[in-house]
Ligand binder design. Structure first.
Ligand SMILES: *Cc1c(COP(=O)(O)O)cnc(C)c1O
Length: 391
């Protein structure tokens, strides 16, 4: 648990509940009201225009402040999806002719934005191997505006250190105006606060852990006041705004984020250790395991916990993995992650479906690879379920 919030002095759990809230008066509801309204009264010359696509309905503003408090940033914004957040951030800071340097290991739709959509608008991206820390600096050009990374990565759970990117951006000089953007969906602010490591804008698919119940599609961004204002302008113009009801559910999720993450962290590590000891399992990937390639870095960057995701490779390839999935009784097969319930998937059928088996294997995702989003059930039940399925 992070307790080092510089903005208010409150601990992380407290911020998840009270962050961004304004003290009420007798008769006010304890829970912030759901204001399910597209628009708000006001039409005089001095009235502020309030409209839910502008992101300025009272609950959108409150949850934006809460996200800022959780990330230790000046400002925060809720958007309609994780991709809405990512695309709004990218669109805010690049124009025709500009350049982005990005980690190779990114969420599929983000890769598509960088490889397909932005080039159509005259913005190019150089992809780097982010564990090669010098590669950021080497790839920067006169037109580089954004350094973009994600950690832990999907599905091999590599820990990408944002500090070399932040150093490369700042050593390029103030005049160059380079922003470091990090997708910290898998990390959550409970386990990592990227802004404290020099990241300018932190983005989340709040569909995952921040919402936490697999029942909303949501995105979030945190950063400086000026940068969040620029992202808000993109949200208004391109329309990636958050529906008020979703924002209310997101706020409810954030209230339990710290306790949920603590359990996700514990359960995932315990399940990873169990899998590592099982003879039917060839390899287990979880940053909390000593065998993980980034274990030392994870210990340094993630002192509170190494997250709720565990990947493993079963002996016997794809067929064996299909068999494991079909025998599970509690852990359900579905894409996505970060909810209270455990979900399992095979990247060859989901995120990496478009690639060949050889291409996947080259990325460390051979057939037989399974990814578990470890939920907050009793861990003994999860272990029994996997033990039964591994046979
Ligand atoms: C799910 C996910 C996204 C996309 O988020 P949506 O809410 O589905 O738009 C982006 N980045 C990562 C790491 C994700 O897991």
């Amino acid at each position: 648990m992070n307790t080092d919030d510089s903005t208010t002095g409150h601990g992380f759990s407290t911020l998840g509940i009270h962050g961004g809230a304004v003290r009420g008066a007798p008769g006010d509801s304890v829970v912030p009201p759901l204001v399910q309204s597209a628009t708000f009264l006001g039409g005089g010359p001095d009235d502020r225009l309030m409209y839910s696509r502008y992101g300025n309905n009272p609950l959108q503003e409150l949850v934006g402040r809460k996200i800022a408090a959780l990330e230790g940033c000046e400002a925060g914004l809720v958007l309609g999806s994780g991709m809405g957040a990512i695309s709004s951030v990218l669109l805010a800071f690049v124009e025709q002719g500009d350049h982005i340097v990005a980690s190779r290991h990114l969420y599929g739709a983000t890769l598509e934005l960088l490889e397909v959509e932005l080039p159509r608008r005259g913005v190019t991206t150089t992809f780097v191997e982010p564990t090669d820390v010098a590669s950021w600096r080497e790839a920067i050009t006169d037109r580089t505006r954004i350094l973009y990374l994600e950690a832990p990565t999907n599905p091999t759970l590599r820990i990408v250190d944002p500090r070399p990117a932040a150093e490369a951006a700042s050593s390029a000089g103030e005049a160059r105006d380079i922003r470091v953007v990090m997708d910290a969906t898998f990390a959550t602010p409970v386990n990592l606060r990227p802004a404290s490591l020099g990241v300018d804008l932190v983005v989340h698919s709040a569909t995952k852990y921040l919402g936490g119940h697999s029942d909303i599609i949501a995105g979030a961004v945190a950063g400086s006041e000026a940068d969040i204002a620029a992202v808000t302008t993109m949200m208004k113009r391109y329309g990636a705004a958050a529906d008020p009801h979703m924002v209310w559910l997101l706020d409810r999720g954030l209230r339990t984020l710290e306790v949920r993450m603590r359990r996700h962290n514990e359960n995932a590590l315990a399940l990873a250790r169990f899998l590592e000891s099982h003879p039917a399992v060839e390899q287990v990937l979880h940053p909390g395991l000593e065998s993980h390639p980034d274990h030392a870095l994870a210990q340094e960057l993630f002192p509170h916990g190494t997250g709720g995701m565990v990947s493993f490779v079963v002996r016997g390839g794809g067929e064996a993995a299909d068999r494991v999935m079909s025998r599970l009784k509690l852990v359900q097969a579905a894409p996505s992650l970060g909810g209270v319930e455990s979900l399992i998937s095979q990247p060859r059928y989901t995120s990496h479906r478009a690639m060949t088996a050889e291409g996947r294997a080259a990325l460390g995702i051979p057939d037989g690879f399974l990814r578990v989003s470890v939920g907050i059930e009793d861990v003994g039940d999860l272990v029994s379920d996997l033990e039964g399925a591994l046979g």
